[in-house]
Design a protein around this ligand. Sequence first.
Ligand SMILES: O=P(O)(O)OC[C@H]1O[C@H](O)[C@H](O)[C@@H](O)[C@@H]1O
Length: 538
Amino acid sequence: MQALVEQLKSAVASTRATDIRAAFAADGDRFGKFSAAFDDLLMDYSKCAVNDEIMALLERLAAEGGVAEKRDQMVSGAPINFTEGRSVLHTALRNRSNRPVMVDGRDVMPDVNGVLSAMGVFADAIRSGALRGATGKPITDVVNIGIGGSDLGPVMATLALAPFHDGPRLHFVSNVDGAHVADTLKVLSAETTLFIVASKTFTTIETMTNAQTARRFIAEALGEAAVRHHFAAVSTALSKVADFGIEEDRVFGFWDWVGGRYSIWSAIGLPLMIAIGPEDFGRFLDGAHAMDRHFETAPFRENLPMLLGLLGYYQRNVLGYPSRAILPYDQRLSRFPAYLQQLDMESNGKSVTIDGKPVEGRSGPIVWGEPGTNGQHAFYQLIHQGTDIIPAEFLIARRGFEPDLAHQHRLLIANCLAQSQALLKGRTLEEARAQLDRQGMDATRADHIAPHRVFTGNRPSITFMHDQLTPFALGRLIALYEHRVFVEGVLFRINSFDQWGVELGKELATGLLPVVEGKAGTEGLDSSTAGLVASLRQ
Ligand SMILES: O=P(O)(O)OC[C@H]1O[C@H](O)[C@H](O)[C@@H](O)[C@@H]1O
């Protein structure tokens, strides 16, 4: 593979691939060649530094890296998360075809479908008002207590699907900072609030601490006996849930072959289902399943996750770009960049290959972003004129949900297209100078100012366009990015499915708590940490 990476580097130099502007000038049909569509979802990557030679090399890279083989292993239940000895089967959670998926010789689909229908019954009971609080009042507010994968997916998707939200109000508490739970509880009435404690392991300190605070909130307002009416749980650790005192018929399980950051499709999606209803939640799963089938069957140049993964790998490891910006032109996708940050950075932020050797070259990039147009007035400056090249990924819907405000949607679209166009075109010194001349600036000052108004251009971007952000479209979009992360992980030759990098901080926090509480001394600590503790005690 390394030889191919070197070949790609020389192809970039010999074909001057990074002069994207020149490539557009030379080929009137560049968009036709370097775009692909899956139903209404269009992916335009013509504004990336690619050409036929590079695409052919990337296709070879995918083949040599064994991406298709690894994909088939993943979806068929092979334990590809070998550091934890687990299968990786988020695709089974949305396997709407119901074809059997075997783990340890057993089809997991009956369990998957069983939990899904139990979730549906519970969600419907809350939504209809049949399931009530301890004092007989219907539930008006649902609070999800979880963090990381047990929080980001439900938060992101609930915001994204606001036009479909016809269930009770949803709230999300994640941070161990008491401010989070306190501010949330302040506006809630115990009688009409249901808490969902969401934790794959049911040991995460933030979630367990917030759950205890919520438990006290109910017990103090309504008495200890009321607690069971106001709690439900989602976890793989069913015995730990029982210890917390949550009734069995309000516990929704999932399995160790579902990674936290891939768990929105499992019972972790319960808050979303309560918000939008089981039918729309089903459509959300359908969208992801459609993308799974596409990933498994579409040829390379039509395969969106393959293309996105290969382009991501190329931009990181061949062109050496350090980060990527996720820029949804959709206010309801405001948490999508944060969601992708966990998905991508927790999956591919690794330095050791599957053989236990240091990664050659680079692994996953820094992923960040905010919705447009807001970002335009904040950090886009650096994307346009900074010293790093940051590939941008734009996302826009052809239609919004506000027919009365269609003119605002058109303005949103124009801004989205203008940004990718500006990144591509840039502005030369001559153009900048001519513009200042036209404005009547005197020649000496214009010479002085013009360089500051130069944009190099040739900055890469990908634009995704879909019809509308429906549950189906959101499911499809998330699955697209999951598979892109998978493809890149295979090419980086890492295990994308563990997260040992988050452990050390947790262990140290446990050790530091007694020190912070003043029950243990600072002996043996580095002088910085000891100094910070001393400052705390002043
Ligand atoms: O769902 P839980 O077991 O509570 O885990 C919540 C989160 O915490 C961990 O530290 C991991 O880094 C995440 O991948 C996980 O999603």
